[in-house]
Design a protein around this ligand. Structure first.
Ligand code: HEM
Length: 503
């Protein structure tokens, strides 16, 4: 593909327009009721690039590694991320993060990224394990739980614990999770944001309430500083690279962003990962076997960074679920100029979608794309060695998810612990949520569980021994795995073509 050029004097056509447009609303009805299947059908009919209308806005959907490369490389150049997500402006503020002028964004990013590296990452292992132990205490020996209402608050507790402190976590109740759910309702992709829609009103009210809670927490911590400082205390004392301290509004926005981004997506992604494991019990047993060989008889509370890194079977399973069910199923940008890409003209002002949910199921990128095969991400396999621009559930380029390593780490720890402790089976047939929100499994999606016995654990040990002697390729060691979370990997800028990291 001719990667990209501006459209000056090039006689090219616009990408094909998807059929079945309705007056005024365009394709909004189909898109809103089932966006992933709608885009998948369009891909089958029109190929890797096509146009559609959502209300009065024209969108171009581009799919596959080459277009993904363009999409991420041109972000903040020919493509604007800030104009791609106009609803975020209402949820946050115009001088915050990627809505801010580029230099300000880079300064704010410098404050956030170290929280996801080195010792900070190491420190999260025990709190993630502890929070999961607490959930298991609540669950007891047997019963039923619904995935989102159970795992959602768990990842929220982990985010609040990690970013606001153990003292804040101690005061937390379920209302905080519900407030963030209401806040998420502000993600409106179809209707104009000035419309008095109930979910937009609810989102603004939740924002106001969360703002009040977090502002009081800043006051509390200024008067009662945590020593040694934790994440939140560091933030209060931090300075931007221009020497200015962080304003109260900036501190609140950073925390809102991290807690919101940290639970909204992870709750859905981990639910899909557990569903996939429960639907593939043989693979689940390889996860248990590796847990056994890594942890032996040590309790989970003793899990350390090296243990977490060694759990590579669950790591590739989490990637396979990210491929099959990316909760951020579309990413958005707006063209800042007329473009020519892949032989097509895209006029300035067009909205662009990259669609992980469809790109991840292209057979020439991931053979047998609808099958659950974690081993495709094993090192040394053709598919596993080139994640860049292919596995894009966490985005790519400069704006790749800041919390990718945090999210992958917590998903690994929670899933491993639940699998070791419980036998589980799905009660309800899983299906995705309808509508355009983050692509969670619809509720209810209940799991019946009962504590595993000593003899179950003895089987894990036997399996661990058998796997190690018979199928060394199935149990992957961290030394072999190039994708294992690294304590210094900030997770960002890994995708080829990032405008600020080259490629
Ligand atoms: C499974 C869980 C998660 C998924 C699937 C996910 C997905 C994404 C995606 C796709 C983007 C890029 C959006 C774009 O390019 O348009 C992104 C950005 C971001 N994510 Fe995540 N995310 C997850 C968890 C987290 C966590 C745990 C945090 C923080 C604690 C986080 C913080 C962020 C931030 C701050 C950005 C903006 C990065 C920037 O523009 O510099 N995310 N995420």
């Amino acid at each position: 593909m001719n990667e990209m050029a501006t459209a000056t004097q090039i006689q090219v056509t616009t990408p094909p327009m998807v059929g079945g447009r309705e007056p005024l609303i365009g394709h909004a009805r189909k898109f809103m009721s089932d966006p992933v299947n709608f885009l998948m059908d369009c891909y089958r009919e029109y190929g890797e690039i096509f146009r559609l209308r959502l209300g009065n806005r024209e969108h171009v959907v581009m799919l596959g590694p080459e277009f993904n490369k363009f999409f991420f490389a041109q972000t903040d150049k020919l493509l604007s991320i800030r104009e791609g997500y106009p609803f975020f402006l209402k949820m946050f503020s115009k001088d915050f993060y990627f809505f801010a002028p580029h230099d300000d964004y880079m300064m704010q990013r410098e404050i956030v990224m170290p929280r996801f590296k080195g010792n900070a990452m190491r420190s999260y292992v025990s709190l993630m394990a502890q929070e999961t132990e607490d959930l298991a205490e609540e669950l007891g020996e047997s019963g039923e739980f619904d995935l989102i209402p159970t795992l959602g608050p768990l990842v929220m507790n982990i985010a609040a614990h990690a970013f606001l402190g153990s003292d804040f976590r101690g005061k937390l109740n379920d209302g905080f999770f519900d407030d963030f759910r209401d806040f998420s309702g502000g993600m409106e992709v179809i209707w104009p944001l000035w419309m008095p829609l109930p979910h937009l009103r609810k989102s603004r009210a939740a924002r106001k309430k969360l703002n009040g809670i977090l502002s009081k927490w800043v006051d509390y911590r200024i008067e009662n500083p945590m020593d040694p400082p934790d994440f939140f205390q560091d933030l209060i004392g931090a300075k931007l690279s221009n020497g200015e301290p962080l304003s109260r509004e900036l501190i609140i926005n950073i925390i809102l962003l991290l807690v919101w981004a940290g639970h909204e997506t992870t709750a859905g992604q981990i639910s899909w990962a557990l569903i996939d494991l429960l639907q593939h019990p043989d693979y689940l047993n390889t996860v248990r076997a590796q847990t056994d060989s890594t942890m032996g008889d040590r309790p989970f509370g003793e899990m350390g960074w090296e243990d977490a890194r060694a759990l590579t079977n669950i790591e590739i399973a989490v990637k396979e679920s990210e491929r099959l069910h990316p909760v951020a199923y579309v990413l958005m940008r707006k063209a800042q100029e007329d473009l020519e890409v892949g032989g097509y003209r895209i006029p300035k002002g067009t909205y662009l979608f990259a669609a992980p949910a469809v790109s991840h199921r292209m057979p020439d990128v991931f053979p047998d794309p609808h099958a659950y095969k974690p081993s495709r991400f094993a090192p040394g396999t053709g598919e596993g060695t080139a994640e860049t621009n292919r596995l894009i559930g966490f985005g790519g380029g400069l704006h790749r998810c800041a919390g990718v390593n945090f999210a992958r780490l917590e998903m690994k720890i929670i899933l491993t612990m639940l699998a070791r402790r419980y036998d589980m089976e799905l009660i309800d047939a899983p299906r995705p949520i309808s509508g355009t929100m983050t692509h969670w499994p619809a509720q209810p999606c209940r799991v019946r569980y009962s504590a595993r016995s000593d003899s179950d654990r003895a089987h894990d040990k036997q399996r661990a021994a058998a796997l190690e002697s018979l199928q060394p390729a199935t149990v992957i060691t961290s030394a072999e795995d190039p994708f294992t979370i690294s304590e210094d990997d900030d997770g960002a800028g890994k995708t080829g073509g990032c405008p600020f990291h080259g490629g």
